[in-house]
Design a protein around this ligand. Structure first.
Ligand code: FE2
Ligand code: FE2
Length: 234
């Protein structure tokens, strides 16, 4: 991997990475890396935990700097590890992040029977969570299964990563809408610390979902396309 123009390199200390961009804490845990790394470098922490450092750094640099990956670097990415990272992110959104936001919303808004806007907010959120689940389950069950079979040289259907790339949609847009409903229409009643806290969570979830989708579009799809080429499919 060519790290000349990359922000984070294998010889950087893991602690420096996190101090530089705390969002990388999420990346670490999705790769199965835990805290307590002392002064070790990225390379050391990854090696000790069986994580492919180029793949970890590709995601970390992508999240920090956006899409500036060289085509040549894509071939160094471990597809099974990237896929596992994406799966872990799905379970983080579905099993932790969205339920936690719902709980905070319930605590922050007045759900008494006369409060129509509160009812609307919750219904909107639940519909949104269902949509995200459908999106991620499709990826888990169809896309990742297809890629796992491809890695195993067992291609059963006519599916290809281009089918996924064409229908892949952004999922954070509806969350932006929800945030705007709260911002514009929720009648303020007294103390708004709780409501602000849940809005902060929605802002960060929105950002996290958006970068998740970009990793799928700009890292995952191109590496799978390379694999398809190698296997003579396209
Ligand atoms: Fe996804
Ligand atoms: Fe997606």
């Amino acid at each position: 991997m060519d790290y000349k123009s990359a922000k984070f390199k294998p010889t950087d200390k893991m602690g420096d990475l996190i101090n530089h961009d705390y969002k990388l804490l999420l990346v670490m845990s999705r790769f199965g890396l835990s805290l307590g790394f002392g002064d070790k470098t990225v390379e050391q922490v990854c090696r000790e935990n069986g994580v492919d450092a180029p793949t970890f750094l590709a995601v970390a640099n992508f999240i920090h700097e956006g899409n500036n990956l060289m085509e040549a670097n894509l071939s160094q990415i471990s597809i099974p590890q990237l896929m596992n990272y994406l799966k872990q992110a799905h379970s983080y959104f579905l099993d932790f992040c969205l339920p936690a936001i719902r709980q905070k919303l319930l605590a922050a808004i007045d759900c008494s029977i006369h409060n129509e806007i509160a009812f609307l907010i919750l219904r909107f959120f639940d519909e949104y969570a269902t949509e995200v689940r459908r999106h991620m389950e499709y990826e888990d069950m169809n896309v990742f299964t297809y890629v796992a079979a491809l890695l195993d040289d067992q291609r059963e259907s006519n599916y290809s990563i281009s089918v996924f790339a064409r229908r892949h949609n952004q999922i954070e847009l509806k969350l932006t809408e929800l945030k705007n409903i709260i911002l514009k229409y929720y009648p303020e009643q007294g103390n708004n610390h709780l409501l602000n806290a849940v809005l902060f969570d929605i802002f960060s979830c929105e950002e996290d979902l958006s970068s998740h989708c970009k990793i799928e579009d700009f890292l995952f799809v191109p590496v799978v396309r390379q694999l398809e080429k190698k296997k003579g499919i396209i």
